[in-house]
Design a protein around this ligand. Structure first.
Ligand code: SF4
Ligand code: SF4
Length: 343
């Protein structure tokens, strides 16, 4: 089942509204909040900038993110939390995009702040695990963290075999004083699984070792800029419906596949510093982008060559195109096209 089959859209009304239908009355703030609350499943909130690694399948490898740190302003964190508390946001918050969250010495305090505003949200982050230690995990647990997903990334251009993965896994478990796994984590397990999960100090830790060189995405085509391989995307994408993505500087992007840094002047949906989160989610720009991503038409802008997976079936294309044709956009000026602006 894909997102559109799983989520109830109030008949088709919410789906049309999220794609910019203007035949209903102008959206009031309460309508925008309801749309956000009902349809956003994960907020990507990047609290810091730097990553200590430069994995060869990640845009960080050619970015100044390797050696330059900055943090999301604390006032901005409070602003975002205040707005989300107005709808008692209780879904997932993921505290990373292209940063390593554990490089931030004040991470636990920031999580405490978020938790105080959003007591029922599920707060977690991805990490490369290099700085994960038991004493730090205790602190993070007290701050209200729910989970960490640690990826055992290989060094650039190094092949990581099962023995190396096992050794790294044991080392990490040892640092967390976790020895409750007996013979379970043998080589056969490493080879036939891609992850192992455990609870330490009440925090769920998922340790994974996928082969991102083979299975990873091209980060909205960013990685393709350095290769000759380009495939045209026609498949739909649900991410700008179900995700809300805020980078370290307040820049809002349509999804976590967008790569934003100090050098790239990527067109944004807007900036949370100056705009309300619910206005941005229901903005014309994001609505038009969602519409262009709903059917199997050729994609443009950052989506043109994106390899992010989608579970839609081509058999749905006809009904999706029909729904798009029913969307009333009479009050939109025809030249607005976020897709071309996302180049
Ligand atoms: S994949 Fe993760 S750990 Fe590797 S460079 Fe990118 S952000 Fe850093
Ligand atoms: S298709 Fe576009 S919106 Fe979807 S993940 Fe790729 S870049 Fe993001």
């Amino acid at each position: 089942m894909n997102y559109f089959q799983m989520v109830g859209f109030n008949g088709k009304k919410n789906l049309k509204l999220l794609m910019g239908d203007t035949s209903f009355d102008n959206l009031r703030m309460i309508d925008k909040k309801v749309l956000f609350k009902r349809h956003v499943e994960v907020i990507n909130l990047e609290l810091s900038y730097e990553c200590n690694r430069k994995c060869d399948y990640c845009p960080v490898s050619f970015s100044d993110r390797q050696n330059s740190q900055s943090y999301m302003d604390s006032d901005l964190i409070e602003k975002i939390c205040t707005e989300l508390s107005e709808i008692r946001y209780d879904n997932r918050i993921s505290l990373n995009l292209y940063n390593e969250p554990l490089l931030d010495k004040n991470l636990a305090d920031k999580i405490s702040t978020i938790r105080s505003y959003l007591p029922t949200a599920h707060i977690g982050f991805n990490s490369n695990g290099d700085f994960l230690r038991l004493h730090l995990l205790k602190k993070l647990s007290h701050s209200g963290l729910n989970h960490i997903c640690v990826t055992l990334h290989p060094l650039p251009n190094v092949h990581q075999d099962s023995t190396m993965i096992q050794r790294r896994l044991f080392k990490l478990l040892d640092r967390l004083s976790f020895d409750n796994y007996t013979d379970e984590l043998n080589i056969a397990f490493i080879e036939s699984n891609r992850s192992f999960s455990l609870y330490v100090e009440g925090v769920r830790i998922i340790i994974q070792w996928p082969d991102w060189r083979r299975e990873g995405t091209n980060r909205g085509g960013t990685l393709d800029k350095n290769s000759n391989q380009k495939s045209k995307r026609t498949s739909p994408c649900a991410r700008p419906f179900r995700e809300f993505t805020i980078f370290y500087d307040g820049n809002v992007q349509p999804c976590c596949e967008s790569f934003h840094d100090n050098k790239l002047n990527l067109e944004s949906v807007g900036n949370i510093l100056r705009q309300n989160i619910f206005d941005l989610y229901t903005s014309k720009k994001l609505s038009l982008m969602r519409r262009s991503l709903y059917d199997f038409s050729e994609k443009t802008g950052i989506c043109a060559n994106c390899t992010a997976e989608d579970f839609s079936s081509y058999s749905e294309d006809e009904s999706r195109k029909k729904l798009i044709s029913e969307i009333n956009t009479s009050s939109f000026s025809p030249e607005i096209n976020c897709q071309t602006k996302f180049d």
